[in-house]
Design a protein around this ligand. Structure first.
Ligand code: GLN
Length: 292
């Protein structure tokens, strides 16, 4: 009986993932950026299926013992912004990437199926607070302002803010950003730091990384400040861009959970730490992030 329930849930999970696709493929910039990550994503799907099958029994056991409350019973609903490769991006209609895989592994441990909801990055914290989603998993940096509104789990990855410039740019390091027009993703830490350091007038917020990079390609901004891994992906997918060697900031990524659901936060931390200890998280990171 327990096993059957888990198999049924796994079925819903696949349907949910498949049903997530929507607007991103209309966006020329994000379509371009998918190319660099597509190969990895193909492997990902197979591995995710295998993992789901192998973990079915374990998931059923955890479901029986760990009682977590979620927005929709039996489902872990994850808010993300799927224009942030290799953490989250579209492969066809499915949202794939590091965060999607880590979320799936956590959901399996909690005996839940996973549903991913794509939204603007800037809406994720509110969606967690208002109970539209259970968790925000979006390469999201632990940050004091956000901690006033949501809780974060333990960290699962390190993020670095970097600067993308045209190959022939006169900007040689982060010290040259004064007086330059900086493209950022609205609501991100990169946007916050640049606004503080250079003033709101010099910082143009875009709804996601792909549109910020498109603005750089179109000459509307002089540079883009964004997280390193998406930056590498965007630079690989678009000619004529490079990343400055100097880093802007080093940060921790973690999962945002409602302050009203400490039970879920604690259960995720237990699952996450097991996945860190047994090498699953590192395996997922290594699959998407190739050592330089
Ligand atoms: N790490 C950055 C932040 O949390 C950007 C995340 C993102 O754009 N998905 O603000």
């Amino acid at each position: 009986m327990k096993k059957l329930a888990a198999v049924f849930l796994a079925g819903i999970m696949c349907v949910s993932l498949a049903a997530c696709g929507s607007s991103a493929s209309d966006d020329a910039a994000s379509t371009d950026t998918q190319t660099a990550a597509e190969e990895t994503a193909e492997e990902t799907e197979e591995t995710a299926d295998d993992a789901a099958a192998a973990d079915t029994e374990e998931a059923a056991d955890t479901a029986a013992s760990g009682e977590v409350t979620t927005v929709t019973e039996g489902i872990l609903t994850m808010g993300t912004n799927a224009a942030f490769p290799p953490y989250e991006y579209y492969e066809g209609d499915a949202i794939v990437g590091i965060d999607a895989e880590i979320a799936q592994a956590i959901a399996e441990k909690l005996g839940l199926s996973l549903e991913i909801v794509d939204m603007d990055f800037n809406s994720i914290i509110t969606a967690v607070q208002s109970g539209k989603v259970d968790v925000g998993i979006a390469g999201m940096t632990v940050d004091p302002d956000r901690l006033e509104n949501v809780d974060f789990t333990d960290s699962y990855a390190t993020g670095v803010q970097v600067v993308i410039v045209p190959e022939d740019s006169e900007i040689a390091s982060v010290d040259d950003l004064e007086g330059k027009l900086i493209g950022t993703q609205e609501g991100t830490t990169g946007w916050q730091y640049c606004s503080e350091d250079y003033g709101d007038d010099m910082v143009i917020p875009y709804t996601n990384g792909a549109t910020a990079v498109q603005a750089l390609l179109d000459g509307k901004v002089d540079c883009v400040v964004i997280d390193q891994q998406p930056a590498l992906n965007f630079v690989e997918a678009n000619e004529g861009l490079k990343i400055l060697e100097t880093e802007y900031a080093v940060e921790d990524y973690a999962i945002a959970v409602s302050k009203d659901n400490t039970g879920l936060r604690d259960a995720i931390n237990t699952a996450l730490n097991e996945l860190i200890d047994d090498g699953t998280v590192q395996g997922i990171l290594d699959k998407y992030i190739t050592a330089e």
